[in-house]
Design a protein around this ligand. Sequence first.
Ligand code: SAM
Length: 235
Amino acid sequence: MRCDILTLFPAAVESYLAVGVLGKAAISGVLVPRVLDLRRWAGNRYGQVDDAPFGGGAGMVLMAPVVVRAVREVVQAQGLPSRIVIPDPRGRRFDDRLARELAGSPALVLVCGRYEGFDERVFELLPAEVISIGDYILAGGELAALVILEATARHLPGVVGDPDSVAEDSFTSGLLDYPVYTRPREFEGLAVPEVLLSGDHAAVRRWRREQALARTRRWRPDLLAPGTGTGEPEQ
Ligand code: SAM
């Protein structure tokens, strides 16, 4: 998957892209990320990308010609059926279903806002998907873009070493994940459940399934509601 990220803070994005799952995905070539400074498309030699809002008010607004030119050029350079994503608090709420959907695209363009956000004409002129990562306000779209990209990249083949790990993750299976333990066998009076030490793989599988269901019932009963598409009807 090609992924171009447009931002005013390339260094912040690049440092995160270099580590962990995203770093490995880039090294293996499954993900081809590129971080581009929006100032490259600035309208004047001072690198201006924002201006005061018409009508007055606080903060600065990212200029439509800068953003629209940048995105169009990047999409053309990708030469693929790209999905343009603008992280913004008003957008469709991001979740694992949307991450899997985005993972099916050969190319993404993620456009990070700052300050008061984008001139409204950006949303009118670009065929973009507007995605929110939650009902709160971040200072910029960089963290949101990285959240979207990391959750999406986990669904690309080969990115997470053991595919079972992704299949069993919370939400992917339609349930929350089961509890996990490692050494020591006992800590502060709490012992690892016997079944995990039994060597009986069928019993371990059964126990994990029951635990995943019990956890989901307790913490996220909404995931079990009919019509959520989890495939795990309440019994
Ligand atoms: N004035 C805007 C509002 O009230 O909706 C907020 C602008 S915010 C300070 C600057 C940028 O951060 C936005 O353009 C967007 O790219 C990003 N951002 C902030 N919160 C976000 C969220 N919950 N989800 C996705 N992106 C967000």
